[in-house]
Design a protein around this ligand. Structure first.
Ligand code: PLP
Length: 396
């Protein structure tokens, strides 16, 4: 049997390669950080990690994780409700609720699981989910697993959202769901307007803060801080895998009855292992650090502003944003790949994105800023962009 299937797969894989869509992996042999070493020996400056606060190799988090290895061992060998709950899990759940100004939190192995397990236990055929067209794949998958009626509105388009909310008045309960920051443009969801419309049309709101937690808002509490909506949004999901240390883990935080129901019925929670205690311990340390001082958030905001301003001044076409994602627009797919390759030769690691990851003729290089970047790193990146930009005719 495998002979036929093997041939079939070989054909499919060849087609992916031919279309230029084959995903390779670059191998890193150093810790994650501003400066990394590849297995080729090349040292590069990393501008494509979700390491927004530079915590991926932070010594205090490493120390907290190490200590937990000694006190709590390596793994839990159980789901949470059988014998997989440690005091560290509970403490992190409380700390995250404090951080976001919510009532309670439930941890998952990843935000992919948090989103996969949030809709189905809460809503049924009688209800409606109204989802932004550019929401993350895990939200799309989670909605698929739920029997609620589905509505989709164009990215951050409030007129379209209002239309869909009007249509959804036939249903019993309504939930509007949006990413806090959309990963390709770096644009922030207009949560103030979404919240207003949700109130007007009697809907609840869910926001995925994966790219915004630690980043957006003066103290990094996310888009609910930016729009003064702390404690007002029913459901927030997020990841420990980006700004929050970058290891693994996700969470849903919000109204306490919602979290309580998820502990009863959310399938990725009930049927998947709990995160290692050492990850919870580092997470606790992370929240403590972000509460004691705003140093990392301030540095990230400074770096982002600095980079965007200098790049605009150099003549690049930059999408406006309040996140730490800077989309350098090139529009041409081939150019985006050429430019990323030449930048790597200059020691700057960035990724070029093109259709179907972004709309046709919207190819770009996505730069992600970090508190781990020093000004010399930023200056080096800007100089490399300018040099390569001139070579490729992007800059006049
Ligand atoms: C990265 C991301 C996720 C997935 O998070 P993991 O913890 O890595 O599974 C979910 N939603 C959004 C919006 C993301 O950007």
């Amino acid at each position: 049997m495998y002979n036929n299937y093997q041939e079939f797969l070989a054909g499919e894989l060849a087609a992916i390669k031919e279309a230029g869509l084959y995903k390779g992996e670059r191998i890193i042999v150093s810790p994650q950080g501003a400066e990394i070493t590849l297995n080729t020996g090349q040292k590069v400056l990393n501008f494509c990690a979700n390491n927004y606060l530079g915590l991926s190799a932070n010594s205090k988090l490493i120390e907290a994780a190490r200590k937990a290895l000694d006190t709590h061992g390596y793994g839990m060998s159980s789901v949470r409700f059988i014998c997989g709950t440690s005091d560290l899990h509970k403490e992190l759940e409380h700390k995250l609720a404090e951080f976001f100004g919510t009532e309670d939190t439930i941890l998952y192995a990843a935000c992919f699981d948090a989103n996969g397990g949030v809709f189905e236990p809460l809503l049924s055929e009688e209800d409606a989910i109204i989802s932004d067209a550019l929401n993350h794949a895990s939200i799309i998958d989670g909605v698929r697993l739920c029997k609620a009626q589905r509505y989709r509105y164009a990215n951050a388009d409030m007129k379209d959202l209002e239309e869909k909310l009007t249509e959804a008045q036939a249903q019993r309960f309504r939930l509007v769901v949006t990413d806090g920051v959309f990963s390709m443009d770096g644009n922030v969801a207009p949560l103030d307007k979404i919240y207003e419309l949700a109130n007007k049309y009697n809907a609840m709101v869910m926001v995925d803060e994966s790219h915004s937690a630690g980043v957006v808002g003066d103290t990094g509490r996310g888009v609910t801080e930016l729009y003064n909506l702390k404690g007002k949004i029913e459901i927030i999901t997020g990841t420990l895998g980006k700004a929050f240390g970058g290891a693994i883990g996700g969470f849903t935080t919000g109204k306490k009855e919602i979290i309580e129901m998820l502990r009863q019925r959310s399938r990725p929670y009930l049927f998947s292992n709990s995160i290692p205690p050492l990850v919870a311990a580092a997470g606790i340390k992370m929240v403590e650090m972000m509460t004691e001082t705003n140093e990392l958030q301030d540095k990230l905001h400074f770096n982002t502003k600095y980079f965007m301003e200098k790049m605009s001044k150099a003549g690049f076409d930059i999408k406006p944003t309040q996140s730490a994602i800077c989309a350098v627009m090139l529009y041409d797919a081939k150019l985006s790949q050429e430019m990323a390759a030449k930048l790597l030769d200059e020691g700057i690691y960035v990724t070029g994105f093109y259709y179907p990851v972004v709309p046709k003729d919207q190819a770009r290089i996505r730069v992600q800023l970090s508190a781990a970047h020093e000004q010399e790193h930023l200056d080096k990146a800007i100089a490399a962009f300018t040099k390569v930009g001139r070579e490729l005719g992007v800059l006049k």
